[in-house]
Design a protein around this ligand. Structure first.
Ligand code: MLT
Length: 402
């Protein structure tokens, strides 16, 4: 069942003397949205039926923009943690007419009985809210760092954060999401791509990395292995610079460490113009021939079609933003030596035409102790071209970590 979004109107009696929705009224509206959501699912009496009352233990509210009388706010609800007796619900309020993010809030609940003793969360609530996002294959939509990001979370265990390349999305990791059992697999859509928000501005490697760190906070994933493919690798290197203490390991797949040359930067500008003028379809047509190992169109036409559709669905704003972020990214060559001590795997498709094995070798040679692995028969996209071999290499690396 899908968790229903709830639309609520702001009334004058909820506003202050300047006509802004008052901060205390937000709490009432968040609560109203939760009850309304339950009313449309397992029933408002779901807790009383189970003899378990949800007591709020902690509330965090971010007020992003003002709301006014007459505004209709759309509230979305997601369960971001589900323990035995406690759960955490994240709620977002956006103004319906212009999609402005108004507020985000997180509520930690503990279920108690009439004597105040902790009791189990009613299973019906968990089921309704697609409980344990970590164990089912649900795509969550979570607002972090000012944007709403789509993220797929599956399984339990040490976490691996998989970051797709350009202009792709989380579904690139479909096989790994399904098959890397024993690990908590987290695959987000970067801002501007897939189902995530595509703001007009605000694209850079540091912002992508900050988005991911905020997402991990919400998912309560303190320590992760980050695995980035191509542009995802640039993001992973930036993440390693900014959040090294959160990393148990690093996987750099079909990527490179150096910054764009002046010529490459010019190429980015041309692609940005193409995306603005002709949209994602033109970008997909330009990129597709270079993405796969030679002969893929004949040997794996469905895979090529899937990737084409993925690219053609990318919002033009997100494409332009990603191109600008790649153009302006820092040179990561000096970072490589600093990554000594962080278990690292460098993976590359044997026939990658965009970031060939020679570039992967530079990374592997630059990071003391890094492991280097070539995926036979793959081009720039091993996770979809050779999914079994790619998943196996990742699983071996993850299992080798202390
Ligand atoms: C990617 O696959 O993410 C991009 O091709 C990387 C790049 O253009 O540098």
């Amino acid at each position: 069942m899908t968790i229903p979004d709830i639309d609520l109107t702001v009334y004058p009696d909820e506003c202050d003397a300047f006509g802004h929705l008052n901060q205390a009224s937000f709490l009432s509206l968040f609560e109203r949205a939760r009850w309304e959501m339950l009313a449309r699912g397992p029933g408002m009496d779901v807790f009383t039926r189970a003899g378990a009352w949800p007591a709020v233990r902690k509330t965090t509210v971010d007020y992003h923009a003002a709301a006014f009388p007459g505004d209709v706010l759309r509230f979305t609800q997601a369960l971001v943690h589900h323990g035995r007796t406690s759960f955490t619900m994240r709620q977002t309020a956006r103004r319906l007419k212009d999609d402005t993010l108004i507020s985000t809030a997180e509520f930690v609940f503990v279920c108690i009985d009439r004597e105040g003793r902790p009791v189990a969360v009613p299973p019906e609530v968990g089921r309704f809210m697609n409980a344990r996002p970590s164990s089912r294959g649900e795509t969550l939509r979570l607002t972090v760092n000012g944007v709403n990001l789509a993220v797929e979370v599956r399984g339990e265990g040490p976490a691996i954060l998989m970051v797709h390349g350009y202009p792709l999305d989380r579904t690139l990791w479909q096989h790994q999401l399904g098959a890397l059992t024993g690990f908590r697999r987290i695959a987000p859509d970067l801002r501007g791509l897939g189902l995530s928000d595509a703001p007009d501005l605000g694209y850079s490697m540091p912002t992508y990395a900050d988005d991911l760190a905020a997402l991990l906070d919400v998912l309560h994933a303190d320590q992760v292995v980050i695995c980035g493919l191509s542009m995802g690798g640039y993001v992973a290197l930036e993440f390693a610079r900014r959040y090294r203490s959160r990393l148990r390991g690093l996987v750099l797949m079909d990527t490179k460490a150096d910054a764009d040359s002046p010529e490459a930067r010019k190429g980015r500008e041309g692609a940005m113009q193409l995306a603005r003028d002709k949209g994602a379809t033109a970008i997909a047509a330009q990129m597709l021939p270079k993405l796969f190992a030679p002969g893929a169109a004949e040997t794996m036409p469905q895979v090529v079609d899937r990737v084409r559709t993925m690219m053609e669905s990318a919002p033009a704003k997100g494409i332009v933003g990603a191109l600008g972020a790649m153009r302006d990214r820092a040179d990561s060559i000096p970072t490589l030596a600093e990554l000594a001590g962080l278990p690292t795997l460098v993976v590359v498709g044997e026939q990658d035409q965009i970031t060939p094995p020679s570039m992967a070798r530079v990374i592997a040679d630059g990071i003391p102790g890094a492991t280097y692995s070539v995926i036979p028969g793959a081009g720039h996209l091993p996770p979809v071209e050779q999914p079994l071999a790619t998943t196996r290499v990742l699983a071996e690396f993850l299992q080798s970590l202390p």
